[in-house]
Design a protein. Structure first.
Length: 444
């Protein structure tokens, strides 16, 4: 596709909302609260904020910069700045497809639970049966895949940007309403204390590792999503304000998710983990006045947040097919939608419906394994490789020139950015990766 035909965001704000839409998702509202709960509450929140600032932000700026400079999908982009390193982009688009496949399964649950809450049939004890019901799992996966495909098929401005412009403010308002509702509950005090009071005794190496992993997942880093969205930016758009705004919005929503969840569940000792939102929250909703309406809004909120993320995951593969294989957008969407649905089926069946998929290794099922391989290992590896390519292959000077071209005020901070990309981020990421490989633990 020639430069003139290449789609661009209607405005910088369009990019910020779409990229924030990518970043804000189940990672913020579903994953962040339970990872916080499992890692000691307040102390985790502090370490997470440090990871976002010193690792997430510089990597975010790096990815957007590579995208804007090359105006290409991840494979083409790495090929341009560092011939011989196209595989970094390839790793990214494969990871994106892998994440899209199982993420759409979890996203499907949110529609399932929204439907159940509308029908008044929410049951905190029904989660296991729901997961084991293959018809519902496949049905909701198909529904979510279709929804994602529909938005992506409509294009960058008319589909992705327009959706983000409507959904992101709506999401914010819904969340604000739900937080206010939660803060009036008798459980609010204990919940806030757990969330906000740091307990230094709970600080371990794992706290740091989980924080970095969560920052990557939550900010959509390491697989080229931000690179792809950055590639639709125009030369005059200020990259620094873009990166800062996306990181700030994502972090704000994660913190707000804590203010939403912890006051409702009270102290941190409830049954947590991935079922926190689907079991514990529902149990609490059922005791609340106005609980049904709150539950409906809550699951609609989760579904919307998930949709803006699956759209970005799909767009990465779509931009690759359009740039490198000259496919039409619609054909690319049909191909990618079918692929990710097919790849999602084993994940959807791995939650109880098919026993051989449910326990593959160490009691982990197909979905857990995909989350570990793509959502943890591949993202962090992709982030590490991005730093290496940017510093040692492309050269930091080129990256700095690209940023300074539209953000001259960034000059005094360029050296700090370089140190973070050259030393701080790679060392932290390599530590995380080695830990994952040695212990074999998934970070979710
Ligand atoms: N950031 C998204 C979330 O928090 C997940 C995601 C990861 C999206 C990687 C795109 C790429 O839910």
């Amino acid at each position: 596709m020639s430069e003139t035909q290449r789609p661009h965001w209607g405005s910088k704000m369009g990019f910020i909302l779409a990229a924030a839409g990518s970043a804000i998702g189940l990672g913020n509202i579903w994953r962040f609260p339970y990872i916080t709960q499992q890692n000691g509450g307040g102390i985790f929140v502090i370490v997470y904020l440090l990871a976002v600032l010193f690792i997430g932000l510089p990597v975010m700026l790096g990815e957007i910069t590579i995208g804007r400079h090359t105006q290409r999908n991840p494979v083409g982009a790495y090929g341009r700045i560092a011939p011989g390193w196209r595989f970094v982009g390839a790793l990214g688009i494969i990871s994106g497809l892998g994440i899209l496949s199982y993420y759409s399964v979890v996203a499907g649950w949110t529609i399932g639970y929204a439907v159940k809450s509308i029908g008044g049939s929410l049951d905190p004890n029904g989660f296991g049966a729901f997961l084991g019901d293959w018809r519902q799992q496949i049905g909701y996966l198909a529904a979510f895949s279709l929804l994602t495909s529909f938005v992506v098929a409509s294009g960058v401005q008319a589909g992705i940007e327009r959706m983000a412009r409507v959904l992101m403010p709506l999401l914010f308002l819904l969340m604000l309403g739900l937080i206010i509702r939660g803060l009036t509950l008798p459980t609010a005090g204990a919940g806030l204390k757990f969330y906000l009071m740091p307990d230094v005794d709970k600080l371990t190496t794992k706290t740091f590792l989980f924080a970095v992993g969560q920052a990557f997942f939550s900010l959509s880093l390491g697989m080229g999503a931000m690179l792809t969205y950055g590639a639709y930016l125009k030369k005059e758009d200020n990259l620094v304000t873009c990166a800062v705004a996306v990181v700030a919005l994502d972090t704000l929503i994660a913190l707000m998710a804590g203010f939403l969840i912890f006051p409702v569940i009270g102290h941190g000792l409830h049954k947590g983990g991935p079922s926190l939102v689907f079991v514990t929250m529902i149990a609490q909703f059922s005791h609340m006045t106005g609980g049904t309406v709150t539950a409906i809004l809550f699951f609609v909120l989760l579904a919307l947040a998930a949709l803006t993320s699956t759209v970005s995951l799909m767009e990465v593969f779509i931009s690759y097919l359009i740039d490198e294989w000259h496919m039409r957008r619609l054909s690319a969407v049909v191909l990618t939608g079918t692929l990710s649905f097919a790849l999602g089926v084993p994940s959807a069946l791995s939650l109880g419906a098919v026993p051989s998929l449910t326990h593959i290794i160490h009691g982990k099922g197909f979905l857990d394994i995909f989350d570990f391989a793509f959502g943890n290992l591949a993202l962090t590896l992709g982030g590490l490789l991005m730093c290496i390519v940017l510093i040692y292959r492309w050269g930091f000077r080129h990256a700095a020139d690209e940023v300074l071209g539209s953000s001259p005020k960034f000059r005094p901070f360029a050296q700090t950015w370089k140190i973070l990309l050259q030393y701080v981020a790679p060392v932290a990421i390599a530590g995380l990766l080695i830990y994952c490989l040695v212990t074999g633990t998934g970070l979710s």
